[in-house]
Design a protein around this ligand. Structure first.
Ligand code: DHB
Length: 313
């Protein structure tokens, strides 16, 4: 059974990665799972300087999901290079470093600081964080700014560039196409959906920032529709993210056109989820007589009625 895939020089043994911000810098989960059984890990977003993040409360549970407003808390690029990255060398799986910034120069500075460090297989560019005043969603929500970030980074690295997109737009496929035109090697989506929750007794919002990012099983149908729309519109690989808990969830993403998936929120409940998903996908393929899991990518059967997706004629 063939489960591996490549995006340029990035080579992954299977199609399940961990999603940024849900798996620390990679090693935190090591006692609870088998890192080498993953297709890859995506680190927490790294910014130029250390960030304490937003004040608490910055996590709230919702029905079938969670809201967060972490505010890109991280150790900053210097400490990442010094204390975290060395530990990731030799973990037996691909390492994708997620970068965030509040200006294009910040993305450039972080990438250039790390570009010649050993042990990084690819970049994921976070242009879709909903919880910071500057940068984040600001870049990801418009074609022009998404293209500008991609254009600025493309000539500065030979490693694959994966641009992580926000679902908080009407036409995500257009933003994906703009990134592809500027040389992105892949896009990943969805990042979190802007949402909020209210404590009716205190009459206060449940998050200090009032709104935050919604993730977890509640967002899966939205994610599938966005991945479907995007995969039909671009020829670069699409990495599907959003509410994956089981292998069947991941297979749904492959069928609608995802080349690979990331497991996020469910890792908080069980850090071994991503590995279980990878194993379950392999089992499903064996059961179905699928010899290479890539046969499932985009294999959704849609009757060609000529109708535009989303509209019934
Ligand atoms: C944060 C960043 C994200 O990209 C996201 O989707 C949700 C939260 C954060 O750090 O606040």
């Amino acid at each position: 059974m063939k489960t591996d895939f490549r995006i340029g020089s990035l080579s992954c043994k299977n199609r399940v990665l961990t999603a940024s911000g849900t798996f620390g810098y990679g090693l935190e989960a090591a006692p609870y799972t088998t890192l080498a059984a993953l297709g890859g890990i995506v680190t927490k977003s790294v910014t130029k300087f250390p960030r304490a993040g937003n004040p608490p409360p910055r996590i709230a549970e919702t029905t079938g999901g969670m809201l967060n407003s972490i505010g890109l808390a991280n150790v900053g690029v210097e400490a990442f290079a010094r204390d975290k990255l060395p530990l990731l060398r030799g973990i037996g799986t691909a390492v994708i470093v997620n970068i965030a910034g509040s200006s294009i120069d910040e993305y450039i500075d972080v990438l250039e600081r790390l570009e010649h460090e050993q042990g990084i297989d690819a970049w994921e560019i976070n242009i879709s964080c909903p919880n910071v005043r500057e940068g984040g969603l600001h870049f990801g929500a418009k074609r022009e700014t998404a293209a500008a970030v991609t254009r600025a980074l493309r000539p500065r690295t030979r490693k694959p560039l994966i641009v992580k997109l926000t679902p908080n737009v009407t036409q995500v496929a257009e933003i994906a196409a703009a990134c592809a035109d500027e040389g992105a090697d892949a896009v990943s989506l969805i990042n979190t959906l802007v949402g909020m929750a209210v404590d009716v007794r205190t009459r206060r919002p449940r998050l200090s920032t009032v709104t935050g990012g919604l993730s977890g099983p509640a967002v899966k149908p939205v994610a599938l529709a966005k991945v479907y729309e995007t995969a039909r519109a671009v020829s670069i690989p699409v990495i599907g993210i959003g509410g994956i808990v089981t292998a069947m969830d991941a297979i749904e993403f492959l069928l609608v056109g995802a080349t690979a998936v990331q497991v996020g929120t469910s890792s908080f409940r069980d850090p071994d989820t991503a590995v279980s998903v990878a194993r379950g996908m392999e089992e499903f393929c064996r059961e179905q007589g699928v010899e290479d899991i890539k046969e499932l990518v985009g294999a959704l059967r849609v009757d060609d009625t000529g109708a535009v997706p989303g509209f019934i004629a």
